[in-house]
Ligand binder design. Structure first.
Ligand code: MN
Length: 207
């Protein structure tokens, strides 16, 4: 179990086990048109995490990372996919789908709470504690601290376990197909964000 740090792309020879791959991103902020992509984190669920860091001025030329993220045969697991796939589309120029979103699944089954953050979800469904202390740190720094790297890695560490638990709940509540339809729509939702409809519900009658 280790955290592997890479600059600019995955190195040649890194392999991931078959099956879903957990993906997260860190950026300079929450606005893709303003705030650059700094880190992409990956885990195949077997215990290792890979961090790919992009420095200021990067051309985001990362063919191996892009091939993995755009692979139509590879399911990507996110927590709040809408943000990550929009950011990846904006900077890497690819749609990182098909996907599963643990936050969307949580919204569909954990209707007894409004706490759908990763920390709360991981705590309730797996019993693990993850720290969110570094969430708002400077991801554009020349050197990422040990604490930042650990934090970034922990954001993809539990997504496979969460999917397993959430799939059971979706099945129990009869919402598996609805969840899938939502996941399938998320690339369009992220494209609407980037195209200028970040807040509006285009399906609403008023507004
Ligand atoms: Mn994160």
């Amino acid at each position: 179990m280790a955290v592997h740090f890479h600059e600019q792309d995955l190195p040649e020879g890194v392999t991931f086990a078959d099956g879903p791959i957990a993906v997260d991103t860190e950026a300079m902020g929450l606005h893709p048109h303003r705030d650059r992509l700094c880190v992409v984190q990956l885990s195949d669920g077997r215990g290792d995490e890979h961090l790919v860091r992009f420095k200021a001025g990067s051309g985001y030329d990362a063919p191996r990372l892009k091939a993995l993220l755009a692979d139509p045969e590879r399911l990507k697991l996110y927590h709040f996919a809408r943000f990550d796939i929009g950011l990846i589309q904006a900077y890497l120029g690819i749609m990182a789908a098909p996907l599963y979103c643990t936050r969307t699944a949580s919204r569909l089954v954990r209707t007894y709470t409004d706490r759908h953050g990763l920390k709360d979800l991981v705590k309730e469904l797996t019993g693990h504690e993850i720290s969110k202390q570094q969430q708002t740190s400077d991801w554009g720094a020349e050197e990422l601290s040990e604490a930042q790297r650990d934090y970034a890695a922990s954001d993809v560490r539990f997504l496979h376990a969460l999917k397993e638990k959430l799939d059971e709940r979706l099945k129990r509540e009869g919402r598996t197909e609805l969840a899938q339809a939502c996941f399938d729509f998320l690339p369009a939702r992220a494209r609407l964000d980037l195209a200028g409809w970040p807040e509006q519900d285009i399906f609403a009658h008023d507004g």
